[in-house]
Ligand binder design. Sequence first.
Ligand code: HEC
Ligand code: HEC
Length: 314
Amino acid sequence: MNLKMTPIAVVCGGILILAAVVFAVVYWPWATRIETPSEIFRNRAPEEVKGRKIYIANGCSYCHTQSIRSVDWGLGAERIAQAGDYVADRPILIGSERTGPDLSQEGGEHPDDWHIAHFVNPRNTRPNSIMPPFEYLQTANIKTLIRYVQSLGFKQADKRMERQTHWKKEAVKAYEAGPDENVRWIHSQVPEGWRKVPNPYPTTEAGLARGQKIYQDFCIGCHGSVGDGMGAGQPYIYPPPLNFTILKNRGISGGILYYQIMNGITGTAMPYFKKELESEKIWDVGNYTAVYFIGETDANTEPKGIDASYEPEG
Ligand code: HEC
Ligand code: HEC
């Protein structure tokens, strides 16, 4: 065949290639698009739609994804994202950078007061955060943005929000009834078995130094540098961050501290750390709190298990 670059061959060839590209890149994705909502999908309320615009305008998606993939099971994911989760999203905010955590299931992870403290200045709740402060948005816009963030995860978020709202009422009631009732209520969240468990590791200098570092990186913004609950985030949080000094002589144990730090306290701003801190770090920061702020520790008491194999002598 004689394939000469005649003008007609160039034009026809060009059109053919263009048609093939349009077919593959435009038509094919359009024809196979998924418009069936996933089982968790629901429409957004008007305030949530407004909040989404604030999210877009402030470039949140440059640091946050909204898509959990199957490789993320290892990060403690709850559910893998499905195409049907995005049927109402134009533009879709999947994002490609995870400078911060994925937010597709963020709704109800924290109560609203935690979010206010965090958006005003992320270092209120996470002392070494590199997320910029959004105080300039001002209270009304921050509250609208929070409505959107609390809807991420749709029906699953709604369930978590219901839990937050339910427990928030209980937490506020307990706090307002005074320290005795508050500590009783907080400890009633801890299963009986855990309450009796002492810290299994003896207090060591290294353990306390590790505990202090973890406290400074994760806790100081709320519980404050002397453990009195007067950290920088305190003005935004209600019930306010716990003043650890009230725990003395109120039946505290290593097990209670461990359980609360691991799981957080739903309804209060106290987050869970089970995905961020390994077991030893939780015992360490618990013991640091016990020794320096509460003034009593059970870290050296019976019953003790077999010495952990790598635990140094003495
Ligand atoms: C420069 C990157 C960056 C930008 C921009 C950014 N974030 Fe973040 N974000 C982070 C990092 C890092 C963290 C983790 C530390 C922390 O909690 O602050 C985080 C944490 C969060 C969390 C808490 C997640 C959790 O449950 O612990 C939320 C919610 C959040 N960001 C929302 C937003 C929203 C909404 C915007 C836009 C208004 C935004 N972020 C902009 C980096 C960023
Ligand atoms: C965003 C604020 C915030 C951060 C960050 C935070 N806490 Fe809390 N914490 C709270 C609040 C609020 C309560 C419950 C106050 C109440 O209901 O009276 C609480 C309660 C607790 C309790 C319960 C005590 C008991 O006797 O049951 C422990 C233990 C605790 N925090 C330890 C920590 C540790 C350790 C860290 C860091 C790893 C930390 N918290 C980080 C806000 C925070």
